[in-house]
Ligand binder design. Structure first.
Ligand code: ZN
Length: 97
């Protein structure tokens, strides 16, 4: 463990870690930055970066429940049929081989 010296480290720890996206080179990187500040790209050093919102909780994460439920029910039924067919095939293979 390194001894923590006074001065500087306190402010660094106080800065939250953000995800940034560099518009110049497309790199996504994590960096500590003060609130409202942007960190320069760690790859190319460009200041043309944007802060990514944590979580990416877009509207696309909320699926229409009815359709999704129906679909998963259908796929489960299909999977069940496939499993039964496969087990029958395996049994047949064991008997013949
Ligand atoms: Zn960059």
């Amino acid at each position: 463990m390194r001894p923590v010296r006074d001065g500087g480290s306190a402010t660094l720890l106080a800065m939250p870690l953000y995800d940034f996206h560099c518009r110049a080179c497309g790199t996504v990187f994590e960096a500590r930055a003060a609130i409202g500040e942007l960190a320069p790209c760690e790859s190319c050093g460009s200041a043309d970066v944007e802060r990514l919102l944590s979580g990416f909780a877009g509207p696309f994460t909320i699926a229409p429940r009815g359709a999704a439920a129906k679909r998963s029910d259908d796929s489960r039924r299909t999977r069940e049929q496939q499993r039964q067919e496969r087990s029958q095939q395996r049994r047949g293979a064991l008997e013949s081989g």
